[in-house]
Design a protein around this ligand. Structure first.
Ligand code: BMA
Length: 316
């Protein structure tokens, strides 16, 4: 049974007034949709690695950059990564990237969905400079999506959050690996909640964010309705040194489709966060999300407000 408490999630995230920040009509080359970007700070700029759907219906990834992460976006003339014919699993495109800086490897780790004929899989690529990417191929078998590595080793292992679909069930899982190659210790981390707003599917949003209180997880939850799927955003807090333990999980969603750019598009009713940048000086968290599978939008929050809200929530 839902336990109601007095803190309201409604105002934690504030939409950026200039939304949408990136749209296909202003792309340097023909594109149907520009959405679901990875986000990372690099060399004084926010880099968004944007999923671009071309006019054949296949996706590739292209960078857009901005100093303040809000305005004056410079979109590269050419994609950063396109599906590679030598990689069978990329036959039907590459989608929904997440990026973390892996301190121990001194590399950015890009996890993305590559669409093979056997279903979507999560693939890994590493990069020193966000210019050249070295592909490492699929991490786990299909069907799998919505994956990110944690930015640091935990207990000597790499840790991955991902969303396989098993027996038709779409829960968020966590797995560990000593070498980024062999994966084990697979566990369900955040299951769907039958009857709730996140009853039919859940999936990781941006990479886990380290805070003093634990790893912040921003995730999407899906409910099927008479007119299609509704993609909203929820929060959870994982134990810092044992992230397979969920300490807190909000009952309510904290963000969801409301504005016209979230309700009108190729897939109406979708808010799908995939990137986040935190400024430790101002405590501002910038959450980048795909809206209606059509454009890129931004919402901001104070990280400490999010953590306080979670701490006041029920235990998971
Ligand atoms: C998911 C992914 C996302 C997409 C979302 C809503 O399964 O494929 O890329 O944004 O559905 O259509």
């Amino acid at each position: 049974m839902v336990q109601y408490n007095h803190s309201s999630p409604a105002n934690i995230f504030e939409r950026y007034q200039g939304n949408p920040i990136l749209v296909p009509d202003r792309w340097p080359y023909p594109a149907n949709a520009t959405f679901n970007p990875a986000a990372v700070r690099h060399k004084g700029e926010t880099y968004l690695l944007v999923r671009v759907e071309d006019l054949c219906g296949f996706s590739h990834l292209t960078f857009a950059r901005s100093r303040d992460g809000m305005t004056n976006w410079q979109v590269d003339e050419k994609p950063a990564i396109v599906p590679d014919a030598d990689f069978d699993e990329e036959k039907w495109g590459i989608e929904d990237p997440r990026i973390v800086w892996l301190e121990d490897k001194k590399r950015f780790a890009l996890t993305y969905v590559s669409f093979s004929k056997d279903g979507p899989v999560v693939s890994l690529a590493l990069s020193k400079d966000l210019k050249k990417f070295e592909r490492h191929g699929p991490m786990l078998p299909p069907e799998d999506k919505d994956a990110s590595l944690f930015p640091r080793l935990i207990d000597g292992n790499y840790t991955l959050i991902h969303r396989p679909i098993i027996r038709g069930e779409a829960h968020i899982w966590i797995s560990r690996s000593p070498d980024l190659e062999y994966w084990g210790h697979h566990r369900v981390l955040l299951p769907v909640r039958p009857g709730w707003w996140d009853s039919s599917r859940v999936g990781l949003g941006p990479p886990p964010i380290e805070t003093d209180e634990g790893w912040l997880i921003i995730y999407h939850g899906v409910r099927q309705t008479a007119s299609g799927s509704l993609y909203r955003v929820g929060l959870a807090l994982l134990d810092l040194e044992k992230p397979w333990i969920t300490r807190k999980r909000c009952d309510q969603w904290v963000f969801g489709p409301r504005e016209s750019y979230e309700r009108v598009g190729d897939v109406p009713g979708v808010t799908f966060p995939t990137g986040a940048v935190h400024d430790p000086e101002t405590d501002q968290l910038m959450m980048y999300y795909g809206a209606a599978d059509s454009c890129v939008c931004l919402a901001t929050a104070r990280l400490s407000d999010i953590v306080d809200f979670l701490l006041a929530s029920n235990d998971a």
